[in-house]
Design a protein around this ligand. Structure first.
Ligand code: PEP
Length: 485
């Protein structure tokens, strides 16, 4: 197929650098498939305004865009510092304390308030405390409740509300906070297309959010839940989390603070392989084009990182600060698009194709999508067309990783939008088709609108039969364009 088609999808995080109408339109036109609303920042009013803008632009451009709500989760942060920034020097002693407790009395020791009442229980002598994504490091000396005395190992400038990590210390705090609950209720009301859950440790953390959705919005229990993998415990429980969630995110920022950085590439490969094996969505996130926050060109290492995520088999790659607060948000998307397309041109040579699990998901849909891939390759077709209500057939087709684009036709708006997250899928919203002839008319119209069709070109069409009975797919057709009834 000779039109501009990228299989791996691009997720862009919103922020002050991208939320205005013109930039948002330019980002979507440049290739953004998923807009991420980060609920660690911003007000509900701001998020609602961005969501409205995304819907309008998506409608105007005729391009499916999913909105991903990212819940903050139990992130521990520095409280409000009396002076900004607080400069920490190697070897000096500082005192951390819960912001609700009284500050230490020593006037000559730097004090750091923390928004975590359990701090004195969790900190232990000899333990490491990382501040601001690991840019600053402390070692705990003594705990004299409520004050934790620590030595600065890696100094730097500390600002209010920066994140704190206690690597290697299991934290007994609820994964789904009161703020997450309020934010989720808001997201459900606004009609987000998927929700990401931060700091997931086990399948129970995913189940808790699914339960909350069932209570708050029983009609939206199929909302995809994406588990963010950023705690070491999550890697130990990877299998059960992947089973419980609809997708996962390789959240390399926090993961690389909790684990030594050299473990991150291996974790990425394990996560992507297992997610693909179980036909679940996988997003690779954080610092992909980090230097483009302040520069118009990425480093060569970043270009390699994006390409290698493509070869690892990710469904989507994500931009965070690059689009949220960067100086070059649109350039970052264009660069990501270019790197992904170049890598995809070499996917058969270097790409890693994980086979889908062969036992649990052995049903008609899985077998039919695999057969469709073989047929598509054997006959060198222009595309595969999938008719789907819930999106499941399109997801399985995507996970079979065919070498041709997947057009997914659905009358359901929510399915249309959420399918924009999946590898290779071009979502199409069409009125319900209850005859094969109507289906073929939809397929031909979509193909002709996208690419010049050559006489005799074929397309594989899969759907449920009888057509219109809304059953899982059991029907594959090798259609020659122009021969519609
Ligand atoms: C991460 O830690 O990589 C991540 C995606 O989480 P957040 O940006 O929400 O901190």
């Amino acid at each position: 197929m000779n039109f501009h088609h990228r299989n791996v999808k691009i997720v862009a995080t919103m922020g002050p650098a991208s939320e205005d109408e013109a930039t948002l339109r330019a980002l979507i036109a440049a290739g953004v498939d998923v807009v991420r609303l980060n609920f660690s920042h911003g007000t509900h009013e701001q998020h609602a305004a961005v969501l409205r803008r995304v819907r309008e632009i998506s409608h105007r451009l005729g391009k499916a865009v999913a909105v991903l709500q990212d819940l903050q989760g139990p992130k521990i942060r520095v409280g409000q510092l009396p002076t900004e920034p607080l400069s920490l020097k190697a070897d000096e002693t500082v005192i951390l304390y819960p912001e609700d407790a009284s500050p230490p009395k020593e006037a000559d020791t730097k004090a750091i308030p923390v928004d975590f009442p359990d701090l004195p229980r969790v900190a232990h002598p000899g333990g490491r405390i990382l501040l601001d994504d690991g840019h600053l490091e402390l070692h705990t000396l003594t705990v004299d409740k409520p004050w934790v005395r620590a030595k600065v190992v890696l100094g730097g400038e500390l600002r209010s509300h920066k994140g704190i990590n206690f690597p290697g210390t299991p934290l007994d705090i609820p994964g789904f906070t009161a703020k997450d609950e309020r934010d989720l209720a808001f997201g459900l009301k606004q009609g987000v297309d998927a929700v990401a859950v931060s700091f997931v440790r086990s399948a129970a953390d995913v189940a808790r959010v699914r339960q909350a959705i069932a209570q708050m919005a029983p009609e939206r229990t199929d909302l995809p839940i994406i588990a963010k993998l950023e705690r070491p415990e999550a890697l130990q429980n990877l299998h059960e989390i992947i089973h419980a969630a609809d997708g996962v995110m390789v959240a390399r920022g926090d993961l690389g603070v909790e684990l030594p950085p050299q473990r991150v590439p291996i974790a990425q490969k394990e996560i992507i392989t297992m997610a693909n094996h179980h036909a679940k969505l996988v997003i690779t996130a954080t610092q992909m084009l980090d230097s483009m926050i302040h520069a118009p060109r990425p480093t060569r290492a970043e270009a390699s990182d994006v390409a290698n995520a493509v070869f690892d088999g990710t469904d989507a790659v994500m931009l965070s600060g690059e689009t949220a607060v960067g100086d070059y948000p649109v350039e970052a998307v264009k660069m990501m698009d270019a790197i992904v397309q170049e890598a995809e041109g070499h996917f058969t040579q270097w790409g890693h194709l994980a086979e889908m699990e062969t036992s649990a998901t052995r049903d008609d849909a899985r077998s039919l999508t695999r057969a469709a891939r073989e047929l598509a390759h054997e006959r060198d077709v222009a595309a595969i067309a999938v008719f789907t209500q819930t999106g499941r057939t399109a997801i399985l087709m995507s996970k079979a990783r065919p070498r041709v684009p997947i057009f997914a036709f659905t009358p359901e708006e929510s399915t249309y939008r959420r399918l924009s997250m999946y590898w290779g899928v071009i979502p199409q919203q069409v009125p319900f088709a209850n005859t094969v002839e109507t289906m073929l008319r939809h397929v031909e119209a979509a193909l002709r609108a996208t690419t010049p069709i050559e006489p005799g070109q074929q397309v594989v069409v899969i759907s449920g039969f009888p057509v219109g009975a809304m059953r899982p797919p059991n029907f594959a057709l090798l259609h020659t364009v122009g021969e519609a009834g």
